[in-house]
Write a protein that binds this ligand. Structure first.
Ligand code: NAP
Length: 249
């Protein structure tokens, strides 16, 4: 039987790259979506190929419906199957209070983190659902502990987008539960990636790590292991669930 096909959005770096690398180790053929950093995505593809597995990098802005359709069309054409999705692509904006935020900023965050995840989940369901002749599959949404903590003074808009993503997880899990699709969420805490720099504070994990019960930030690979477990047959009775990967914070 051909290898299972997984799409990891925002798979060129950080948590997405860790998910892509671990998925390849676990036997998936991996499609790595990226937005602007073609070089980073190519490096992940090269790492996977040098380990003897198959991977393909696909550029698309997940917030753009036409680009999402094009990306899934490329996957159909090249592989003709679809088994798993990790909705990982996500953005935040420089730290500020709610009273300083304008609509352009808020909409940009929601477009990528919420609309983008909806669009990719929709295309995945259209391919995996037994209702549409598919063979089933699984989706993992990479949320954030921010969905629960709220990120006051930093990015409440980002936290709200992740709370919306959690509602997508809960609702879609129930909607497709009898169509052989499981939908779950992972809520990372403070993870060492470049994302914090886009919030204006590259050293954020170091500043806040004393607030983590385990006393340290997390690694992207630690998040990837939770996501890959949720996708695996080991999680066969788990849907609409969340794993917090946050050192207790
Ligand atoms: P990161 O290092 O900033 O990487 C973000 C990735 O998303 C990049 O590969 C980027 O692609 C991609 N991306 C951004 N906008 C996109 C778009 N419109 N379309 C397609 N791809 C897009 O972030 P990270 O820390 O690994 O975070 C990954 C996920 O984990 C995010 O959803 C984030 O909210 C969540 N998370 C992170 C932390 C943390 O502490 N790091 C904590 C909780 C949750 P390009 O590089 O090609 O532009």
């Amino acid at each position: 039987m051909a290898e299972k096909l997984i799409l990891v959005t925002g798979g060129g770096r950080g948590i997405g790259a860790a998910c892509a690398l671990l998925a390849a180790e676990r036997g998936y053929t991996v499609c790595i979506n990226y937005h602007s950093d073609a070089g980073a995505a190519a490096a992940v593809v090269a790492a996977i190929e040098s380990a003897g597995a198959s991977a393909l990098a696909i550029q698309a802005d997940v917030s753009n419906e036409a680009e999402v359709l094009r990306m899934f069309g490329q996957i159909d054409e090249r592989f003709g199957r679809f088994d798993a999705l990790i909705n990982n692509a996500g953005v935040l904006a420089p730290q500020m209070r709610v009273e300083q935020m304008d609509a352009a900023r808020i909409n940009r965050i929601l477009a990528t983190n919420v609309t983008g995840s909806f669009l990719c989940a929709r295309e995945a369901v259209r391919r995996m659902s037994t209702r549409h002749g598919g063979g089933g599959g699984a989706i993992v949404n990479i949320s954030s502990r921010a969905a629960v903590l709220g990120s006051p003074g930093e990015y409440v808009d980002y936290a709200a987008s992740k709370a919306a993503l959690d509602a997508l997880t809960t609702g879609l899990a129930k909607e497709v539960a009898q169509e052989q699709i499981r939908v779950n969420g992972v809520r990372p805490g403070l993870i060492h990636t470049r994302m914090h720099a886009s919030g204006g504070e590259p050293g954020r994990v170091g500043r806040l790590q004393s607030s983590v019960p385990m006393g340290r930030g997390g690694e992207a690979a630690e998040v990837a292991r939770a996501a890959l477990w949720l996708l695996s047959a080991e999680a066969s009775y788990t849907t609409g669930s969340f794993i917090d990967v946050s050192g207790g914070r």
